[in-house]
Write a new protein. Structure first.
Length: 410
Protein backbone atom coordinates (compact mmCIF):
# COMPACT_ATOMS: atom_id res chain seq x y z
CA UNK A 1 0.00 0.00 0.00
CA UNK A 2 1.54 3.28 -1.13
CA UNK A 3 1.91 6.00 1.47
CA UNK A 4 2.70 9.24 -0.39
CA UNK A 5 3.56 11.48 2.54
CA UNK A 6 5.28 11.31 5.90
CA UNK A 7 2.74 10.30 8.56
CA UNK A 8 1.72 13.22 10.75
CA UNK A 9 0.17 11.39 13.71
CA UNK A 10 0.67 8.27 15.85
CA UNK A 11 -2.55 6.43 16.69
CA UNK A 12 -2.36 3.74 19.36
CA UNK A 13 -4.51 0.63 19.66
CA UNK A 14 -4.96 -0.48 23.27
CA UNK A 15 -7.14 -2.79 25.32
CA UNK A 16 -7.60 -6.35 26.56
CA UNK A 17 -5.84 -9.20 24.76
CA UNK A 18 -7.91 -10.93 22.05
CA UNK A 19 -10.35 -8.05 21.52
CA UNK A 20 -9.11 -7.49 17.96
CA UNK A 21 -6.59 -4.61 18.12
CA UNK A 22 -4.16 -6.17 15.66
CA UNK A 23 -6.98 -7.18 13.28
CA UNK A 24 -8.20 -3.58 13.16
CA UNK A 25 -4.69 -2.28 12.37
CA UNK A 26 -4.34 -4.88 9.61
CA UNK A 27 -7.70 -3.84 8.18
CA UNK A 28 -6.66 -0.17 8.08
CA UNK A 29 -3.07 -0.69 6.86
CA UNK A 30 -2.94 -4.03 5.08
CA UNK A 31 -0.12 -5.12 7.40
CA UNK A 32 -0.01 -7.46 10.38
CA UNK A 33 1.87 -5.92 13.29
CA UNK A 34 2.55 -9.40 14.75
CA UNK A 35 5.84 -10.07 12.95
CA UNK A 36 7.88 -11.81 15.64
CA UNK A 37 7.90 -15.62 15.45
CA UNK A 38 6.62 -15.98 19.01
CA UNK A 39 3.75 -13.56 18.28
CA UNK A 40 2.71 -15.57 15.25
CA UNK A 41 2.92 -18.86 17.17
CA UNK A 42 0.93 -17.63 20.18
CA UNK A 43 -1.48 -15.36 18.29
CA UNK A 44 -0.89 -12.35 20.56
CA UNK A 45 1.13 -9.14 20.35
CA UNK A 46 4.30 -9.23 22.48
CA UNK A 47 6.27 -6.24 21.22
CA UNK A 48 5.07 -2.86 20.05
CA UNK A 49 3.66 -3.24 16.55
CA UNK A 50 3.67 -0.50 13.96
CA UNK A 51 2.20 0.08 10.50
CA UNK A 52 1.51 3.04 8.23
CA UNK A 53 -1.39 3.92 5.98
CA UNK A 54 -3.11 6.91 4.41
CA UNK A 55 -6.71 8.12 4.67
CA UNK A 56 -8.64 9.35 1.64
CA UNK A 57 -12.05 10.91 1.00
CA UNK A 58 -14.10 10.68 -2.18
CA UNK A 59 -15.40 14.13 -3.26
CA UNK A 60 -18.51 12.61 -4.87
CA UNK A 61 -19.87 10.06 -2.37
CA UNK A 62 -21.88 10.68 0.79
CA UNK A 63 -20.21 10.28 4.18
CA UNK A 64 -19.21 8.00 5.80
CA UNK A 65 -18.90 5.81 2.67
CA UNK A 66 -16.65 8.49 1.16
CA UNK A 67 -13.83 7.65 3.63
CA UNK A 68 -11.30 4.92 2.90
CA UNK A 69 -7.65 3.90 2.52
CA UNK A 70 -7.49 3.78 -1.28
CA UNK A 71 -6.69 6.43 -3.87
CA UNK A 72 -9.68 5.09 -5.80
CA UNK A 73 -13.14 5.22 -4.22
CA UNK A 74 -14.61 1.73 -3.74
CA UNK A 75 -18.14 3.11 -4.12
CA UNK A 76 -17.96 5.00 -7.41
CA UNK A 77 -14.45 4.50 -8.75
CA UNK A 78 -13.57 8.19 -8.63
CA UNK A 79 -10.16 9.48 -7.61
CA UNK A 80 -10.19 10.15 -3.88
CA UNK A 81 -8.48 13.08 -2.15
CA UNK A 82 -5.63 12.43 0.28
CA UNK A 83 -6.46 13.51 3.83
CA UNK A 84 -3.21 12.53 5.57
CA UNK A 85 -0.81 9.67 6.23
CA UNK A 86 -0.89 8.10 9.71
CA UNK A 87 1.11 5.63 11.80
CA UNK A 88 -0.44 3.01 14.06
CA UNK A 89 1.19 1.80 17.28
CA UNK A 90 -0.27 -1.56 18.32
CA UNK A 91 0.19 -2.26 22.05
CA UNK A 92 0.12 -5.77 23.53
CA UNK A 93 -2.93 -6.45 25.70
CA UNK A 94 -1.58 -9.26 27.86
CA UNK A 95 -1.30 -8.42 31.55
CA UNK A 96 2.39 -9.38 31.73
CA UNK A 97 3.31 -6.85 29.03
CA UNK A 98 2.12 -3.65 30.70
CA UNK A 99 5.60 -2.09 30.52
CA UNK A 100 5.55 -2.44 26.73
CA UNK A 101 2.11 -0.83 26.57
CA UNK A 102 3.32 2.13 28.63
CA UNK A 103 6.30 2.60 26.30
CA UNK A 104 3.90 2.73 23.37
CA UNK A 105 1.58 5.20 25.08
CA UNK A 106 4.47 7.65 25.40
CA UNK A 107 4.54 8.17 21.62
CA UNK A 108 0.77 8.14 20.95
CA UNK A 109 -1.10 11.28 19.86
CA UNK A 110 -4.44 9.53 20.29
CA UNK A 111 -5.75 6.01 20.79
CA UNK A 112 -8.37 3.48 19.82
CA UNK A 113 -9.58 1.68 22.95
CA UNK A 114 -10.74 -1.66 21.55
CA UNK A 115 -13.41 -3.50 23.57
CA UNK A 116 -14.86 -6.88 22.58
CA UNK A 117 -18.67 -6.94 22.44
CA UNK A 118 -18.57 -10.60 23.46
CA UNK A 119 -17.14 -10.03 26.97
CA UNK A 120 -18.25 -8.16 30.05
CA UNK A 121 -16.91 -4.63 30.59
CA UNK A 122 -14.41 -3.76 31.90
CA UNK A 123 -11.90 -6.57 31.50
CA UNK A 124 -8.80 -6.06 33.69
CA UNK A 125 -6.48 -4.79 30.94
CA UNK A 126 -9.21 -2.62 29.42
CA UNK A 127 -9.33 -0.76 32.72
CA UNK A 128 -5.54 -0.75 33.12
CA UNK A 129 -4.89 0.57 29.61
CA UNK A 130 -7.44 3.36 29.96
CA UNK A 131 -5.82 4.41 33.23
CA UNK A 132 -2.41 4.31 31.54
CA UNK A 133 -3.64 6.64 28.77
CA UNK A 134 -4.89 9.02 31.45
CA UNK A 135 -1.57 8.95 33.31
CA UNK A 136 0.52 9.50 30.17
CA UNK A 137 -1.83 12.29 29.06
CA UNK A 138 -3.35 10.74 25.91
CA UNK A 139 -6.84 12.26 25.87
CA UNK A 140 -7.86 11.90 22.20
CA UNK A 141 -9.67 8.56 22.47
CA UNK A 142 -12.10 6.61 20.30
CA UNK A 143 -13.78 3.50 21.70
CA UNK A 144 -14.17 0.64 19.20
CA UNK A 145 -16.83 -1.89 20.18
CA UNK A 146 -15.44 -4.76 18.12
CA UNK A 147 -16.84 -8.24 17.35
CA UNK A 148 -20.47 -7.16 17.06
CA UNK A 149 -20.83 -9.91 14.44
CA UNK A 150 -20.62 -12.70 17.04
CA UNK A 151 -23.25 -11.38 19.47
CA UNK A 152 -26.98 -10.74 19.21
CA UNK A 153 -28.39 -7.23 18.93
CA UNK A 154 -29.55 -7.42 22.56
CA UNK A 155 -26.07 -8.50 23.72
CA UNK A 156 -24.44 -5.68 21.74
CA UNK A 157 -26.77 -3.11 23.32
CA UNK A 158 -26.13 -4.50 26.81
CA UNK A 159 -22.38 -4.37 26.14
CA UNK A 160 -22.73 -0.77 24.96
CA UNK A 161 -24.46 0.18 28.22
CA UNK A 162 -21.58 -1.46 30.15
CA UNK A 163 -19.05 0.56 28.14
CA UNK A 164 -20.87 3.82 28.84
CA UNK A 165 -21.03 3.03 32.56
CA UNK A 166 -17.35 2.06 32.62
CA UNK A 167 -16.02 5.27 31.01
CA UNK A 168 -18.24 7.62 33.01
CA UNK A 169 -16.01 9.94 35.02
CA UNK A 170 -12.86 8.90 33.10
CA UNK A 171 -10.76 10.58 30.43
CA UNK A 172 -12.89 8.70 27.85
CA UNK A 173 -16.30 9.77 29.16
CA UNK A 174 -17.14 11.76 26.04
CA UNK A 175 -15.28 9.55 23.58
CA UNK A 176 -17.28 8.37 20.55
CA UNK A 177 -18.14 4.65 20.51
CA UNK A 178 -17.98 2.92 17.11
CA UNK A 179 -19.61 -0.53 16.80
CA UNK A 180 -17.48 -2.59 14.44
CA UNK A 181 -16.65 -6.01 13.02
CA UNK A 182 -13.03 -6.11 11.89
CA UNK A 183 -13.58 -9.65 10.59
CA UNK A 184 -16.37 -8.57 8.23
CA UNK A 185 -15.02 -5.03 7.61
CA UNK A 186 -18.12 -3.39 9.09
CA UNK A 187 -17.99 0.36 9.84
CA UNK A 188 -14.39 0.85 8.68
CA UNK A 189 -15.43 4.05 6.88
CA UNK A 190 -17.13 5.39 10.02
CA UNK A 191 -14.01 4.65 12.07
CA UNK A 192 -11.77 6.53 9.62
CA UNK A 193 -14.16 9.50 9.58
CA UNK A 194 -14.16 9.55 13.38
CA UNK A 195 -10.35 9.36 13.57
CA UNK A 196 -10.15 12.37 11.24
CA UNK A 197 -12.53 14.30 13.49
CA UNK A 198 -11.23 13.28 16.93
CA UNK A 199 -7.46 12.69 16.61
CA UNK A 200 -5.72 15.66 14.97
CA UNK A 201 -2.10 15.74 13.94
CA UNK A 202 0.02 17.01 16.81
CA UNK A 203 1.67 20.40 16.46
CA UNK A 204 5.45 20.26 16.91
CA UNK A 205 8.24 22.77 17.20
CA UNK A 206 10.55 21.97 14.29
CA UNK A 207 13.03 24.73 15.19
CA UNK A 208 14.20 23.08 18.42
CA UNK A 209 17.01 20.48 18.43
CA UNK A 210 15.82 17.05 17.35
CA UNK A 211 14.62 14.76 20.14
CA UNK A 212 13.54 11.21 19.32
CA UNK A 213 12.10 8.64 21.77
CA UNK A 214 13.29 5.14 20.86
CA UNK A 215 10.44 2.58 20.88
CA UNK A 216 12.16 -0.24 18.94
CA UNK A 217 15.71 -1.12 17.86
CA UNK A 218 16.95 -3.72 15.41
CA UNK A 219 19.78 -5.52 13.71
CA UNK A 220 18.49 -5.66 10.10
CA UNK A 221 21.34 -7.83 8.77
CA UNK A 222 20.47 -11.33 7.62
CA UNK A 223 22.33 -14.19 9.36
CA UNK A 224 25.38 -15.18 7.36
CA UNK A 225 25.77 -11.83 5.59
CA UNK A 226 29.39 -11.20 4.54
CA UNK A 227 31.19 -8.41 6.45
CA UNK A 228 31.26 -6.08 3.45
CA UNK A 229 27.45 -6.14 3.25
CA UNK A 230 26.73 -5.52 6.94
CA UNK A 231 24.96 -2.26 7.83
CA UNK A 232 24.69 -0.42 11.12
CA UNK A 233 21.93 -0.83 13.66
CA UNK A 234 18.48 0.76 13.39
CA UNK A 235 16.48 2.62 16.02
CA UNK A 236 12.79 3.35 15.58
CA UNK A 237 10.59 5.86 17.33
CA UNK A 238 9.02 9.29 17.12
CA UNK A 239 10.50 12.77 16.83
CA UNK A 240 9.04 14.99 19.54
CA UNK A 241 10.64 18.13 18.12
CA UNK A 242 13.13 19.33 15.52
CA UNK A 243 14.21 17.65 12.28
CA UNK A 244 16.66 14.89 11.38
CA UNK A 245 18.67 14.66 8.16
CA UNK A 246 20.78 11.90 6.66
CA UNK A 247 24.37 12.59 7.70
CA UNK A 248 23.48 14.29 11.01
CA UNK A 249 25.65 13.50 14.00
CA UNK A 250 23.55 12.26 16.92
CA UNK A 251 23.97 11.17 20.51
CA UNK A 252 22.00 8.37 22.18
CA UNK A 253 21.48 8.38 25.93
CA UNK A 254 21.66 6.49 28.14
CA UNK A 255 24.22 4.60 26.05
CA UNK A 256 25.99 1.61 27.54
CA UNK A 257 28.08 0.66 30.52
CA UNK A 258 31.82 1.21 30.26
CA UNK A 259 34.75 0.92 32.62
CA UNK A 260 36.81 4.07 33.08
CA UNK A 261 39.80 4.02 35.43
CA UNK A 262 38.37 0.95 37.12
CA UNK A 263 34.97 2.59 37.62
CA UNK A 264 31.82 1.33 35.87
CA UNK A 265 29.71 4.15 34.44
CA UNK A 266 27.14 4.80 31.72
CA UNK A 267 28.38 6.63 28.64
CA UNK A 268 26.27 7.98 25.77
CA UNK A 269 26.69 6.60 22.27
CA UNK A 270 27.56 8.85 19.34
CA UNK A 271 26.94 8.00 15.70
CA UNK A 272 25.68 9.45 12.44
CA UNK A 273 22.38 9.03 10.60
CA UNK A 274 22.91 6.61 7.71
CA UNK A 275 19.30 6.44 6.48
CA UNK A 276 15.77 7.56 7.34
CA UNK A 277 12.53 5.71 6.56
CA UNK A 278 8.95 6.65 7.38
CA UNK A 279 5.59 6.10 5.74
CA UNK A 280 7.06 3.30 3.62
CA UNK A 281 9.63 5.57 1.95
CA UNK A 282 13.29 6.49 2.32
CA UNK A 283 13.71 10.17 3.20
CA UNK A 284 16.60 12.60 3.19
CA UNK A 285 15.00 14.55 6.04
CA UNK A 286 12.17 13.89 8.50
CA UNK A 287 10.06 16.14 10.68
CA UNK A 288 7.97 15.23 13.74
CA UNK A 289 5.00 12.99 13.08
CA UNK A 290 4.59 9.25 12.61
CA UNK A 291 7.05 6.48 13.31
CA UNK A 292 10.58 6.86 11.98
CA UNK A 293 13.30 4.26 11.39
CA UNK A 294 16.76 5.74 11.78
CA UNK A 295 19.62 3.78 10.25
CA UNK A 296 22.86 4.45 12.11
CA UNK A 297 26.51 3.48 11.90
CA UNK A 298 26.37 1.77 15.29
CA UNK A 299 27.53 -1.81 15.69
CA UNK A 300 24.25 -3.74 15.17
CA UNK A 301 25.05 -5.76 18.30
CA UNK A 302 24.10 -2.61 20.26
CA UNK A 303 20.66 -2.30 18.65
CA UNK A 304 19.48 -5.90 18.22
CA UNK A 305 16.43 -7.29 20.04
CA UNK A 306 15.13 -3.88 21.18
CA UNK A 307 18.19 -3.33 23.36
CA UNK A 308 18.06 0.48 22.92
CA UNK A 309 14.34 0.89 23.68
CA UNK A 310 13.79 3.76 26.10
CA UNK A 311 16.74 5.80 24.91
CA UNK A 312 16.61 9.39 23.67
CA UNK A 313 18.29 10.51 20.42
CA UNK A 314 19.35 14.06 19.57
CA UNK A 315 22.25 16.27 18.50
CA UNK A 316 25.33 15.94 20.75
CA UNK A 317 25.05 18.04 23.88
CA UNK A 318 21.26 18.50 23.76
CA UNK A 319 19.99 15.34 25.49
CA UNK A 320 18.30 15.32 28.92
CA UNK A 321 20.49 14.37 31.87
CA UNK A 322 21.20 10.66 32.35
CA UNK A 323 20.00 9.79 35.84
CA UNK A 324 20.67 6.83 38.12
CA UNK A 325 18.88 8.50 41.03
CA UNK A 326 15.58 10.38 40.85
CA UNK A 327 13.25 12.24 43.16
CA UNK A 328 9.57 11.90 42.30
CA UNK A 329 6.36 13.56 43.45
CA UNK A 330 4.01 10.55 43.47
CA UNK A 331 0.23 10.49 43.23
CA UNK A 332 -1.19 7.09 44.13
CA UNK A 333 -4.48 5.68 42.87
CA UNK A 334 -7.07 4.57 45.40
CA UNK A 335 -7.29 1.06 43.92
CA UNK A 336 -4.86 -1.22 42.10
CA UNK A 337 -5.59 -1.31 38.36
CA UNK A 338 -5.59 -4.52 36.32
CA UNK A 339 -6.40 -7.11 39.00
CA UNK A 340 -9.57 -9.16 39.29
CA UNK A 341 -9.67 -8.35 43.01
CA UNK A 342 -10.51 -4.88 44.32
CA UNK A 343 -7.26 -4.05 46.13
CA UNK A 344 -6.44 -0.82 47.93
CA UNK A 345 -3.16 0.87 46.99
CA UNK A 346 -0.92 0.87 50.05
CA UNK A 347 1.54 3.74 50.70
CA UNK A 348 5.00 3.46 49.16
CA UNK A 349 7.57 1.98 51.53
CA UNK A 350 11.28 2.60 51.86
CA UNK A 351 13.22 -0.29 50.35
CA UNK A 352 10.55 -1.58 47.99
CA UNK A 353 11.09 -1.96 44.23
CA UNK A 354 8.81 -0.07 41.82
CA UNK A 355 8.59 -0.20 38.04
CA UNK A 356 9.03 3.28 36.59
CA UNK A 357 7.91 4.10 33.03
CA UNK A 358 9.07 7.46 31.70
CA UNK A 359 8.99 8.29 28.01
CA UNK A 360 9.57 4.97 26.26
CA UNK A 361 11.92 3.84 29.05
CA UNK A 362 11.07 1.27 31.70
CA UNK A 363 13.29 0.61 34.68
CA UNK A 364 13.08 -0.59 38.27
CA UNK A 365 13.65 1.89 41.06
CA UNK A 366 14.49 0.93 44.63
CA UNK A 367 12.94 3.41 47.07
CA UNK A 368 15.66 4.99 49.21
CA UNK A 369 13.30 7.27 51.09
CA UNK A 370 9.50 7.58 51.09
CA UNK A 371 7.69 10.45 52.80
CA UNK A 372 4.15 11.64 52.20
CA UNK A 373 3.93 12.01 48.39
CA UNK A 374 7.67 12.15 47.70
CA UNK A 375 10.03 9.26 46.93
CA UNK A 376 13.76 9.16 46.25
CA UNK A 377 14.89 6.15 44.19
CA UNK A 378 18.00 4.57 42.77
CA UNK A 379 17.47 3.04 39.33
CA UNK A 380 18.66 -0.34 38.06
CA UNK A 381 18.95 1.11 34.53
CA UNK A 382 19.37 4.89 34.12
CA UNK A 383 16.97 7.11 32.21
CA UNK A 384 17.42 10.31 30.22
CA UNK A 385 14.79 12.66 31.60
CA UNK A 386 14.06 16.28 32.46
CA UNK A 387 12.47 17.77 35.60
CA UNK A 388 8.69 17.99 35.21
CA UNK A 389 8.35 14.84 33.09
CA UNK A 390 5.42 12.57 33.91
CA UNK A 391 5.96 8.93 34.73
CA UNK A 392 3.88 5.87 35.55
CA UNK A 393 4.45 3.85 38.73
CA UNK A 394 3.75 0.12 39.05
CA UNK A 395 4.14 -2.28 41.98
CA UNK A 396 4.76 -6.02 42.03
CA UNK A 397 1.46 -7.59 43.16
CA UNK A 398 0.72 -11.29 42.85
CA UNK A 399 3.84 -11.82 40.75
CA UNK A 400 2.91 -9.15 38.17
CA UNK A 401 3.58 -5.43 37.82
CA UNK A 402 0.36 -3.50 38.47
CA UNK A 403 -0.27 0.17 37.86
CA UNK A 404 -0.65 2.03 41.17
CA UNK A 405 -0.14 5.69 40.29
CA UNK A 406 1.81 8.36 38.48
CA UNK A 407 4.46 10.87 39.33
CA UNK A 408 6.35 13.96 38.24
CA UNK A 409 10.13 14.23 38.14
CA UNK A 410 11.50 16.85 40.53
Amino acid sequence: MKVPAQPSVNIGTVGQVDHGKTAIVKLLTGESTDRHSEEIKRGISIRLGYADTAFYKCPKCERPQSYGISETCKQCGSKAELLRAVSFVDSPGHETLMATMLSGAAIMDGALLVIGANESVPQPQTKEHLMALSIIGVDKIIIVQNKIDIVSEEQAKANLREIEAFVKGTIAENAPIIPMSAHHEVNVDTLIETIERVIPSRQFDEKKPAKLYVARSFDVNQPGSPPEKLVGGVVGGTLLQGRLKVGDEVEIGPGRQATTAGKIEWVNLTTSVRSLHTGGHARKEVRPGGLIAVGTNLDPVLTKSDSLVGRVVGPPGTLPSVLLKISVEIHLLERVVGTEEDLKVEPIKTGEPLMISIGTATTVGIVLSARENLADMTLKIPVAADPGQRLAVSRRIGGKWRLIGHGVMR
